[in-house]
Design a protein around this ligand. Structure first.
Ligand code: IMP
Ligand code: MG
Length: 182
C-alpha cells in the first residue's frame, strides 16, 4: 500500500487494493488504443463523461485517444449517500454539445445494477447521434441485459463496494490514485 494512504483517507483503512495505479494506467492506455482504432478517421467524436465518478478515468482516457475529439459531461444522480442503488436516475446537467450526427462515446466509472445506463441510453438515443457507444472502467457483471452493452470495459470488477480513482463513498475517496474495496 502507498505510504500516504492514511493521509489521503483521513485515517480510514481500506480493505484491499483491487487495481493499482499501474494496473489502471496500463489498461487505460490499451483502451485508448482500441478506441482510437475503432472510430473512422475524419468523423466527429464527442466523449461524454458521466459525472462525477468518471472524471479521473475520462481525463486519463482522452489523453490515450490519438485523434481529434471533443469532451462534454452529463450529470445523472443515481445513488444517495449509501451503498445501495435506489433505481432512481435524474438528469441534473445536460451536455451543452449537440449529439446530432456525431459519434458519441459515453464514459461511465462503473456499471453496477445497470439502472443509470438503462435510463440514460434511451434518452440519448433520441438525439440523432451517428453512433452511441459505452465505455466503462469497471463492470460488476451483475446487471440484467443492458439497454446498451459497453463496447469497452476496463475490468470485470468483484461484487464489492469500490472506492478511488473517481469512485466515492459519500463523496469521499475520489482522490485515491488506485481502486480499493471499502
Ligand atoms: P448503476 O446505476 O447501479 O449501474 O450504478 C451506477 C453508478 O453507481 C456508478 O456510476 C457509480 O457512481 C455508482 N456505483 C456503483 N457501484 C459502485 C461502487 O462499488 N463504488 C462506488 N460507486 C458505485
Ligand atoms: Mg457515484
Amino acid at each position: 500500500m502507498p505510504s500516504d494512504i492514511h493521509e489521503r483517507t483521513g485515517g480510514q483503512a481500506v480493505r484491499r487494493i483491487i487495481y493499482s495505479q499501474e494496473d489502471i494506467a496500463r489498461r487505460v492506455a490499451e483502451m485508448g488504443r482500441e478506441i482510437t482504432a475503432w472510430y473512422p478517421p475524419g468523423e466527429d467524436l464527442l466523449v461524454v463523461g458521466l459525472l462525477k465518478g468518471s472524471f479521473i478515468f475520462l481525463a486519463d482516457l482522452v489523453r490515450e485517444i490519438a485523434r481529434p475529439l471533443h469532451v462534454d459531461f452529463l450529470v445523472a444522480a443515481s445513488y444517495g449517500s449509501g451503498m445501495v442503488s435506489t433505481g432512481d436516475v435524474r438528469l441534473v446537467y445536460d451536455p451543452e454539445a449537440s449529439l446530432a450526427d456525431r459519434h458519441v462515446l459515453l464514459i461511465e466509472d462503473i456499471i453496477d445494477s445497470g439502472n443509470t445506463i438503462n435510463r440514460l441510453v434511451p434518452m440519448l438515443e433520441k438525439r440523432g447521434a451517428r453512433s452511441l457507444e459505452l465505455c466503462a472502467l469497471l463492470h460488476k457483471r451483475i446487471a440484467p441485459p443492458l439497454a446498451r452493452e459497453a463496447r469497452w470495459v476496463g475490468f470485470d470488477a468483484p461484487g464489492e463496494f469500490l472506492i478511488g480513482y473517481g469512485l466515492d463513498h459519500s463523496e469521499n475517496y475520489r482522490n485515491l490514485p488506485f481502486i480499493a474495496s471499502l
